[in-house]
Design a protein. Structure first.
Length: 237
């Protein structure tokens, strides 16, 4: 049995959990109580509990990748590009079991041993192939995420333009981003998309087609993935 916690302890719990990124077990040791008591107080304080993946990054004092909440991004890497959990883990500097949890949380089907060897559409053969994700695409996407998408959500009153809900909002490209970047880069045949990525990046983010806000619209996660992109909801094994 742990000791009875006070309102002052609640302030400490809030600070340790949210700011210091301590786990419920660590907080329990500091306050000389059980981790279950700490979890109960987190619920009372209406502080969302970290997922196991988030806890892994917090424990290692690393920032939790926002891509782990992005179905499209993870789907592209794991399904369309056919990266393994090991390769994806290397990209995010985390263990394969963390990627396993992320995929399950996003309801992305995880390949079994036989699927990993044969019988799976991969790369350009896959029905959702959109040219893959290059370093240039990643950097341009990050630029949009930081500088443009927040303005689009504000313009659309932070509501899905299909169903009107205001949670888990995504920004959708009516003309796909990969197509826009390809159209721009094709105008510079003397530049290599890999070797000259820095120069290409500066060209793309200054292009009017890339910055065109009329090509962007706000949808909630559910509408974006399953009504617009027509992804099928799968059940993890």
């Amino acid at each position: 049995m742990g000791r009875r916690l006070t309102e002052e302890d609640d302030k400490i719990i809030r600070d340790l959990y949210l700011n210091k990124k301590k786990s419920s077990v660590e907080i329990g040791k500091i306050l000389k109580t059980s981790h279950k008591t700490v979890l109960n107080h987190l619920e009372k304080l209406k502080i969302p509990r970290r997922s196991l993946s988030e806890a892994h990054f917090a424990y290692n004092d690393k920032e939790y990748p926002p891509e782990f909440e992005d179905y499209e991004f993870m789907y592209d890497i794991y399904v369309t590009q056919y990266k393994t959990k090991e390769q994806t883990g290397e990209y995010f500097d985390c263990a394969p079991h963390v990627i396993d949890r992320v995929l399950k949380n996003l309801n992305i089907h995880i390949r079994d041993a036989s699927e990993s060897k044969i019988g799976v559409q991969r790369g350009s053969e896959h029905h959702n192939w959109q040219g893959g994700i290059t370093p240039l695409n990643l950097r341009c996407r990050e630029y949009l995420k930081r500088n443009i998408w927040p303005k689009i959500k504000e313009r659309d009153n932070y509501t899905c333009q299909l169903c009107g809900c205001s949670s888990e909002l995504h920004v959708h490209h009516i003309i796909p981003l990969s197509e826009i970047i390809e159209d721009i880069t094709e105008q510079y045949p003397d530049l290599d998309i890999i070797k000259d990525v820095n120069q290409m990046y500066e060209i793309v983010i200054a292009n009017e087609k890339f910055l065109n806000k009329t090509n962007l619209i706000t949808y909630c996660k559910n509408c974006h993935l399953f009504k617009i992109h027509k992804y099928k909801k799968t059940t993890s094994s």
